[in-house]
Design a protein around this ligand. Structure first.
Ligand code: SF4
Length: 328
């Protein structure tokens, strides 16, 4: 495309369909604000266990302000500085260890993840064996499994794994899910569970969160209307990866996940005339603007926003960080 610009001196036209909603969700805003407020209130350093949200740009920006990121609490020296748990949630052993070490812990777990933790606890109290639909190794899954004693929760990630699952008591089961899954894949897995175990208990409403659902829905609408789709976000962000998959399945021939404009592989796009743009729930809008700016340098861009839902969700900060309530 750069060659085309050089030959003709003119940039080819590109219609950009910008997905809305996209980018930051209420849980991510709360988690980032928790770190920023803690820095403003208590000064640096503030320790954060795991990436506060899965976005390198966000993490680097907070590092520059004095946040120190660690993977485990044993990397933190004895300190009175705040120790923040990431939006993905943590196993119960983590707050227990923090208490043992007298850390000033602040929990930035998204309230919608905490809701899943509570569901799992209730099922367990009622004596049900729990199936968790999710991706092995994702910190949210590790956190949810870690709410209960070992063996209480079995992880499944596919219809095939449902078929192979051997419960202790098939009549006494419940399921919960990771919040950032593919809506369609999860519906298939839940259907397989219900077909095998008709009495299985599940959430009243989906565990997949509103932000994941809404971002997938608008991508499903836009993907068939464009020749290519760019998803702005990090490869380790589950909801971001799902957006790329949803775009491909909805008929978009070229879908690319990019962290920043510099990651764009221009050979993927070639001579397209239409492009969809979205962003995962942990990707800041400034990076969406950067990516559109990079396309604008090569094409004459005309941006239209496609909106399928309005979002008004808001989660208050942990109590100790809230305005006048700080002294409580
Ligand atoms: S993607 Fe959903 S569950 Fe995760 S932080 Fe955002 S709102 Fe919470």
């Amino acid at each position: 495309m750069t060659a085309q610009v050089a030959e003709t001196g003119q940039k080819p036209p590109l219609k950009v369909l910008l997905c809305s909603p996209r980018g930051f969700c209420a849980g991510v805003v709360r988690a980032i604000d928790t770190v920023e407020q803690a820095l403003a209130r208590y000064g640096a350093p503030v320790y954060v266990r795991h990436e506060i949200v899965h976005n390198r740009f966000v993490v680097e920006s907070l590092k520059a302000k004095g946040a120190v990121f660690v993977e485990e609490l044993d990397e933190i020296p004895d300190t009175t500085a705040p120790v923040i748990f990431s939006a993905h949630g943590v196993p119960k052993a983590i707050p227990a260890e923090a208490q043992k070490r007298n850390f000033f812990a602040l929990d930035a777990t998204c309230p919608l993840v905490t809701k899943v933790h509570r569901e799992a606890e209730i099922h367990n109290k009622r004596g049900r064996e729990i199936v968790l639909i999710g991706h092995a190794g994702h910190p949210e899954v590790v956190g949810t499994i870690g709410q209960l004693p070992a063996g209480a929760i079995t992880l499944v990630k596919s219809v095939e794994e449902v078929a192979a699952f051997k419960p202790r008591d098939p009549a006494n089961l419940a399921y919960v899910t990771q919040t950032t899954l593919s809506v369609d894949d999860t519906a298939d897995i839940v259907a397989a569970l219900k077909a095998r175990f008709p009495g299985i208990h599940g959430p009243h409403r989906e565990d997949i969160c509103y932000a994941t659902t809404n971002r997938q829905e608008v991508v499903k609408k836009v993907a068939p209307m464009v020749e290519a789709m760019v998803v702005v976000g990090s490869p380790n962000s589950s909801n971001t990866q799902r957006l790329k998959e949803v775009a491909e399945r909805a008929g978009c021939r070229r879908a690319a996940l990019v962290q920043r404009a510099e990651d764009i592989d221009w050979s993927t796009f070639g001579s397209i005339a239409s492009l969809g743009v979205t962003a995962g729930a942990s990707a800041p809008e400034v990076l969406v603007e950067e990516v559109i700016g990079a396309f604008a340098a090569r094409y004459t861009v005309n941006v239209e926003t496609i909106t399928t839902a309005d979002e008004t969700m808001f989660f208050p900060l942990p109590r100790v960080l809230r305005g006048n309530e700080a002294a409580e």
